[in-house]
Design a protein around this ligand. Structure first.
Ligand SMILES: [Ca+2]
Ligand SMILES: [Ca+2]
Length: 113
């Protein structure tokens, strides 16, 4: 092998290795930033979820907290009205710690027939 040829092929090897190292660094950086993004999205979701009120429509008559005011909510009201003081107060729409006809009126006013 001619000494010049050896030098050229040596340079090629150095350039190739340099490129490979560069590519590996870029790939590792991308994987790292991707995993960081995923983790921050996850933690952001867990930060938000406790602040979401699961029962936004309760004061309008949504006893089962499904965000719809339906006859199911009226049935819950009826059950709790019968139970009296032992009721869970899921149907206490006006938040006076009683389930009575005031709550029924709240439900009826917001019920989409
Ligand atoms: Ca409901
Ligand atoms: Ca009430």
């Amino acid at each position: 092998m001619h000494p010049n040829k050896f030098l050229i092929s040596n340079k090629k090897i150095i350039i190739t290795v340099g490129l490979l190292v560069g590519i590996i660094i870029v790939v590792i950086f991308n994987i790292y930033s991707l995993s960081k993004t995923t983790i921050s999205n996850k933690s952001r979701a867990s930060e938000i979820s406790p602040t979401i009120n699961p029962c936004l429509q309760k004061e309008k008559g949504d006893a089962n907290c499904d965000n719809f005011i339906t006859t199911t909510d009226r049935d819950i009201w009826r059950e709790e009205y019968k139970q009296g003081k032992t009721a869970q107060l899921r149907a206490d729409f006006n938040k006076d710690s009683l389930v009575n006809y005031d709550d029924y009126r709240v439900w009826f006013a917001n019920w989409k027939k």
